[in-house]
Ligand binder design. Sequence first.
Ligand code: GLU
Ligand code: ZN
Length: 462
Amino acid sequence: MSSPVITRFAPSPTGSLHLGNARTAFFSHLWARKAGGRFILRIEDTDVERSEGRHLDQLLIDLGWLGLDWDEGPDVGGPSGPYAQSERGAFYRELFARLERGGEAYPCYCTALDLELSRKLQRMAGKPPRYAGTCRHLTGAERAERESRGLKPTLRFAVPPDAVIEFIDLVHGPQKFSSADLGDFIIRREDGTAAFFFSNAVDDASMGVTHVLRGDDHLTNTPRQLMLLDALQLRRPGYGHVGLLVGADGTPMSKRHGSTSVSEFRERGFLSEAILNHLLRLGHTSDVDGWLAPADMPRHFQPDHLGRASARFDEAQLLYWQKETLQRMSATEIRTWLGSNASTAFIDLIRHNVVLPPDAAPWAAVLDGELAPLGEEEQRLISAAGPEFFRAAVAALDQSGADFKQLTKTLKERSGRKGADLFMPLRVALTGQAHGPELAALLQMMTPGTARRRFESHAKNI
Ligand code: GLU
Ligand code: ZN
C-alpha cells in the first residue's frame, strides 16, 4: 500500500506573499488535491525579530483568496500541531538533547568575531570558508570555562566525515553530495531558537510530509537536512526543487518588474482564476493549453512535468488569462468585481472593453460625465470631419433622438459621408475614443442632452 501524499507550504511570515512563493504553495496544493492527500500550512516563524503578526494575517488572507485551502494549519489545527514553529520549542529541545547525547551535535562558543577571523584566514589560504571545527572537541573543562565567562553557545551539527549524501530530487533527478564539502552547521541559535535547516527538516519529517516542493535556492540545503534526518532516524520526505520565478527579462522578480505580491495583484483587480491559470503554466507544462477552472486544475497537474529552468512571469500573459476569466463571468459577477451599481445592460455592453476595474470608468463617463481629452488619432478624425459635419449631426440628432440608425441615415444624406468616414467621427465625438462598445447602445443609455452637447462642442468654426 502506498502512503498518502502529504504536501505543505512553509512560509516565513516576514513580508507579503510573493508570487514565487504562491506558486510553490499552489503546486504543493495541487499535488495533494490530485492525489486525494493532505495539504499542510506550517508557519516558519522562529526568526522572532522578522516575523510579524500582521504578515501572518495577510498570508492567510492571500492564500484563502487564491483558494489554496489547507487541511492542517495554525488556525484549523490537526494531528501534528502546533503548526507555528515558534510554538514547537519543546519538540526541538528534545531532538537537540538526543543529538547531543549521541555526540552528533556540540555547543560552539565562537563569537561572530572569531568566525570572521577564521573565514579570513581560510580565504587567504585559498580555501572555501567553512566552520573550522574549533569547538568540536572541547573537553568538559574547556566548556565549563567558557560557560563561566558567560558565553552563550550555539549548537552545531557534527557533520560525519567522508559521508556521501544521495537523493533523487523530484525535479532535478539524482543528486550526490560529499560531506567533506560541508562544515558543521548551526542548528540552534545563541538565543535557543531552532535554525532553519533544523526546524524545517524535522517538522517535515514529524508532520509526515511526503513531498516537499520548494525553490531551487534550497537545493544545496537539502544534503545538510538529510544528514540531520538520518542522524535522528526520522523519515526523509521527497524533495523537489523547482526553477525560480523570474521577471520577463530573466532576472529575479523584484519591484523593478512592477507588482510582485499576491495582494498587489488583487488590489489592482486581477482575478484569482487568472493568476492560477498563469502560475499553472510557469515551470509546469500542463496537458491543457486553454483556460481551466481551479476545480479542474488538480487533474491536469503533472508532478513529473515540473521544470528545472527558471520560469518567466509575464504580466502580458496574466492579462490574457484575466480576459479569459472575465469572459466566463456573469454580468452580476462582473458588477461585484467592479464594485459598481451599473445596469446589467451596461455591464454586458462594456465587458469586452474592460480588463481591470479602472477600464470601466471612461465608459461610465460616456453615459454621463466628462470625456477625457482627445488623443492624436481622435483629434485627427474630428478635424477631418469638420464643424460642418457636426452641425449636421446636431440637426440630425434633433430629428432622430437616440435612434442611432435613424441618426446615421439622416446624417449620411446631409453630409454625403458614409462608412468609416461617417461612423468614426461620431464615435470619437460621443465617446472620446476611436474604439469601444456598440455605439447605438451607448447612445441609448446616455443621459439626455449629452450627445447633443458633444456634437455642438465640435460644431464651432475655429
Ligand atoms: N520558510 C522557508 C522559506 O520560506 C521554507 C523553505 C521550504 O519550503 O522548505 O524559504
Ligand atoms: Zn566554535
